[in-house]
Write a new protein. Structure first.
Length: 287
């Protein structure tokens, strides 16, 4: 199995945590490759970041509304993405002990949006202009939610030893609060916005309220629509011939439907190792 196939397998079988890390790392690599290409063509490389960074000015945001989402998946500095992905991985594993992959994606987006809104509010209140990039707000939101759900869970840190998640989260948020007056004040404000959103999620969960339900309902609707479209295409003679040529069978299609139904009801993490492998094998035949 080549490296591309290995990456495909990890993507197909991995949890939402793995997928989020994949997306962030891929965007990081693409940003640097694009910047390198533009440097050789004489084009200002800064134009690339402008297309993914979130502006604090509402007029600029209306011209680039997609940045409300792209900023939270983009990092340009190596240590920025390194520390963000390490925190996301460490706390993401603990988060998934009691939560689903679907909720993790929703919370990641929610915390990113919470950070963006507080960032824009802060800069407009201070009558300043700034740009925001990075997954920090989303990651710290997941850190905070995990710490509230598992406050006494201990994590071992180099040179420090074991520390409870609740104190780790408190220290992290305190550092952000005391750093607002620094050169990256807007970034720290965004971190606090993400933390507040994560706290809201965790407190609501303890009360039996799932604030990610509307987001997941929207995603389910999109997935169902996509499945209906692709199913109609699969019923055309041309598409059927292509499937047969690729080696799929009615049994494969039936198995695929069963697996997808299970994913829809219980999430990807509910699949067994054999089901994940079967899903990966069938997807390779279709492609």
């Amino acid at each position: 199995m080549g490296i591309i196939d290995k990456l495909k397998y990890q993507w197909m079988t991995g949890s939402m945590l793995v997928k989020l890390i994949f997306i962030n790392v891929t965007v990081f690599v693409l940003l640097h490759l694009t910047t390198l290409i533009l440097m050789f063509t004489g084009i200002d490389a800064g134009t690339v970041l402008t297309e993914v960074e979130l502006p604090s000015d509402m007029t600029a945001l209306l011209r680039r509304p997609w940045t409300l989402l792209t900023y939270m998946f983009a990092q340009y500095d190596f240590f920025h993405i390194l520390f963000n992905m390490l925190w996301l991985y460490w706390f993401g594993i603990i988060f998934l002990l009691a939560d689903t992959s679907k909720r993790m994606l929703a919370l990641y987006i929610y915390c990113g949006l919470g950070g963006a809104l507080l960032f824009m509010a802060y800069y407009n209140l201070m009558n300043m202009y700034g740009l925001l990039i990075g997954s920090s707000a989303s990651v710290i939101g997941i850190v905070t939610a995990t710490a509230i759900r598992h406050p006494d869970y201990k994590m071992g840190l180099l040179f420090i030893g074991e520390i409870s998640l609740k104190w780790l989260a408190v220290i992290t948020i305190a550092i952000d609060m005391f750093s607002i007056g620094g050169s990256n004040g807007g970034g720290h404000v965004a971190h606090i916005g993400g933390a507040l959103t994560g706290a809201l999620y965790a407190v609501a969960q303890k009360k039996g309220v799932d604030i990610t339900r509307p987001f997941n309902a929207l995603i389910d609707s999109i997935v169902n629509l996509w499945r209906r479209i692709t199913t109609k295409q699969a019923k055309t003679p041309r598409q059927s011939q292509r499937y047969n040529k690729k080696g799929t069978s009615p049994a494969d299609e039936s198995t695929l439907d069963e697996i997808l139904d299970k994913v829809k009801k219980s999430g990807y993490g509910a699949l067994t190792k054999e089901e994940k492998q079967k899903l990966f094998d069938i997807s390779r035949k279709i492609k």
